[in-house]
Design a protein around this ligand. Structure first.
Ligand SMILES: [Zn+2]
Length: 699
């Protein structure tokens, strides 16, 4: 057991739900109280009792909330908040937390005269302080207290946006939340605040279903548009809601110890986290309040050991990290394609768990869930281009039914066969709502005709910007182990990235200057990569490309939390070295209204045909002592993400190229990956006005 605990301690963990006020290490609170002459008791032992929930105080949310009084005495001052924040981050880091979202209500820290802005910045300052010396990514979720009402919530949402992570170089606000007494404060009242937060690019979560019915969880999903829910304990009694959370990939932040203490979950009954896992809902294991609940990430994960092994727990954290609102994540490796053996292992674990613990009563209560359609077996080979949705054409943008697939008579009688969609591992991004496809070929063509000039204009805007920025580029080469199909090491290089004209001024060239460890530019360097330059993709619809590529309008869908048009592009040019966008075919997701690219997924043109041809050459080539004379067929898969927004435009932030080889006809293993990340964009000679009417960057 001790060995297992040590493993849990070492495991990279993602903490997505931890309150600042309830998590200050007691020694730190005690030291600050003594320093300022505020200590209400004489000894540290007595103080600890006031800060942590005692067994006699269990099963009441009010007694639980009462534990937050004493920390508030010291957290009304900038320096103190900075100090306690740093202490929490360091504490979490020592327990193996590599990604930490702290949450905090700025309003209740302004009683001594701090402004809301100072209140928020004091936390960020503490985060930056700790982050500089510890391997941890941190971000702040701003909480609006329900009892303060919807109007204060709106003010807080605006304040939160001003300090958003994506607007600043260092740690920032990453999300928005409501908390506090649930009953009598229905989530729908806060819809306007959430709309503001979403428009400002913040991640959305809400405390719901902790002390209220599942109706509040529904409201959070439908009216607030949250991507995550805190607690959601009451959702277990609502099969339709479970299906909805699973379908939309809405993560539940589970706080096991806290839920037993507040009475949200009865002692002796199984924690809902297992039902969520079984229903295919993404979950995170969270502490809520490490001091009040006298817990930490290691102890919380111990609860899972009865059903999951350390490997599965590690996987759970990796998946939770993908749902983090923190955008600049360094400590968790990028999402990787599902390994088939992993899927089997997790499936077995989930089945084993429910074989052990499901009682007849539980089965009866989940009859509604059992009526859900059985999840079709995942196709053996996922095509890299998603086929157009099978859904019938719909008329409005919100035409998808609220409860997903709906009842299916004759579905599997047992919910146990359902493998959680998050474990089925399809692409690199979470499954979202279905695609709304055009009613007819004619409608699709009309839509494309309407889009093309707008996309051409968007391409022009990017051209205006092409010579006016520089950014940091991190280039990772990650070799894979063929047998294990996992990364073995990585080689990281950092560059200052900028664009310049060619000598004849007909096209752009990329200039990469190596950066030293201290961030100083070194010499120029060229990269040998089998893909186009990241910025080149922004010209996908330039007139030059419109002549060569064939486009097809596939419909609209939500992608990376944005409403997008989906357009397929197909090249008739052969794949040579892959450096020209016209050597690729794929799918691009284009944001509605702004016509910015959100994401591109592509493969070399005629890849299948090329691999088949190479396979023939390979098998027919001479046998040499060490193998075949010709190399095995080699293919590529590419994704580009656009996540940095400036002046209404989105700039590329990440390119991920997977290189694979055919080991048998049609069967492939990953050989290498190339990941390019673009951060810290710095612009020169551009202002918002200039963008509106600037001529093209003149040669
Ligand atoms: Zn909470």
């Amino acid at each position: 057991m001790d060995g297992t605990l040590r493993r849990l301690a070492r495991l990279r963990k993602a903490e997505l739900h931890q309150h600042l006020d309830g998590s200050i290490p007691p020694r730190k609170t005690w030291a600050l109280m003594r320093r300022h002459g505020l200590a209400p008791v004489r000894t540290f032992a007595e103080m600890k009792k006031l800060l942590a929930l005692q067994p006699s105080e269990e099963r009441s949310l009010l007694a639980y909330l009462d534990k937050f009084h004493y920390p508030l005495w010291i957290t009304q001052f900038y320096e103190n908040i900075r100090e306690v924040t740093a202490a929490i981050v360091v504490d979490a880091s020592r327990r193996g937390v590599r990604l930490l979202e702290l949450r905090y209500s700025p309003v209740i820290h302004t009683f001594a005269g701090m402004t809301l802005r100072q209140s928020i910045r004091s936390v960020l300052s503490g985060m930056n302080l700790a982050r500089a010396h510890h391997p941890i990514d941190v971000g702040l979720v701003v909480i609006a207290m329900r009892q303060h009402g919807p109007h204060i919530a709106k003010i807080l949402a605006r304040q939160a946006i001003a300090e958003a992570e994506h607007l600043h170089k260092r740690s920032g606000v990453v999300g928005f939340d409501i908390a506090g007494a649930e009953q009598g404060h229905p989530p729908r009242l806060f819809a306007e605040a959430y709309r503001i937060a979403a428009a400002g690019g913040l991640g959305l979560t809400a405390h719901a279903g902790e002390a209220a019915s599942s109706d509040y969880v529904w409201q959070s999903v439908d009216d607030l548009g949250v991507r995550r829910i805190g607690h959601a304990c009451s959702a277990v009694s609502d099969p339709a809601l479970l299906r909805r959370l699973a379908r939309d990939g809405i993560l539940v932040e589970c706080c096991i110890t806290s839920n037993y203490q507040t009475g949200a979950v009865q002692r002796g009954s199984q924690h809902p986290i297992f039902r969520f896992l079984e229903a295919g809902i993404p979950v995170a294991v969270c502490t809520d309040n490490s001091t009040v609940s006298d817990t930490d990430q290691i102890r919380e994960n111990r609860y899972l050991l009865e059903a999951l092994g350390p490997e599965e727990i590690a996987d759970l954290h990796r998946r939770a990290a993908e749902h983090s609102f923190i955008r600049r994540r360094r400590q968790f490796p990028p999402a990787e394609k599902e390994r088939p053996k992993d899927k089997k292992r997790i499936h077995r674990a989930v089945l084993g768990l429910f074989g052990m613990t499901l009682t007849a009563a539980l089965l009866a209560s989940s009859a509604g869930l059992a009526a859900a359609p059985a999840v079709p077996a995942a196709p053996a080979e996922q095509p890299s281009q998603p086929p157009p949705g099978p859904a019938p054409p719909s008329t409005g943008p919100s035409a998808s039914p609220p409860s997903g697939q709906g009842p299916a008579p004759g579905g599997q009688p047992s919910p146990l066969r359902r493998l959680p969609p998050e474990l089925r591992g399809r692409g690199l991004s979470p499954a979202m709502s279905e695609r709304e496809v055009p009613a007819s070929e004619e409608e699709a063509e009309a839509k494309l005709r309407e889009l093309l000039p707008l996309l051409r204009a968007a391409s022009d805007r990017h051209e205006t910007y092409a010579l006016r920025f520089t950014c940091d580029e991190t280039f990772r080469t990650v070799p894979y182990d063929w047998q294990k199909n996992e990364a073995t090491s990585e080689n990281v290089k950092r560059f200052a990235y900028l664009l310049a004209f060619d000598q004849d001024r007909s096209r752009y060239n990329v200039i990469r200057q190596t950066l030293t460890k201290e961030g100083k530019p070194g010499g120029e360097e060229t990269l040998q990569v089998p893909c186009p330059d990241a910025y080149a993709w922004t010209f996908l619809f330039s007139p030059r490309n419109q002549r060569v590529l064939h486009y097809r309008y596939l419909g609209r869908e939500i992608k990376d939390y944005r409403l997008t048009h989906v357009v397929e592009f197909e090249s008739s040019a052969p794949f040579v070295e892959g450096q020209d966008t016209r050597e690729w075919s794929g799918t691009v997701w284009i944001e509605d209204r702004t016509f910015n690219f959100v994401r591109i997924e592509a493969i070399p043109s005629f890849q299948e045909r090329r691999l088949t041809g190479q396979w023939r050459v390979y098998t027919e080539s001479f046998n040499l002592p060490w193998g075949k004379a010709r190399p095995r067929p080699r293919g590529y898969e590419l994704t580009v993400e656009f996540n940095y927004s400036r002046d209404g435009m989105l700039f590329p932030t990440r390119v991920d190229v997977r290189e694979f080889v055919w080991v048998a006809r049609g069967r492939e293993v990953t050989d290498r990956r190339f990941v390019q990340e673009y951060t810290d964009y710095r612009f020169f000679q551009t202002t918002t006005e200039e963008t509106q009417k600037a001529p093209r960057a003149s040669p």
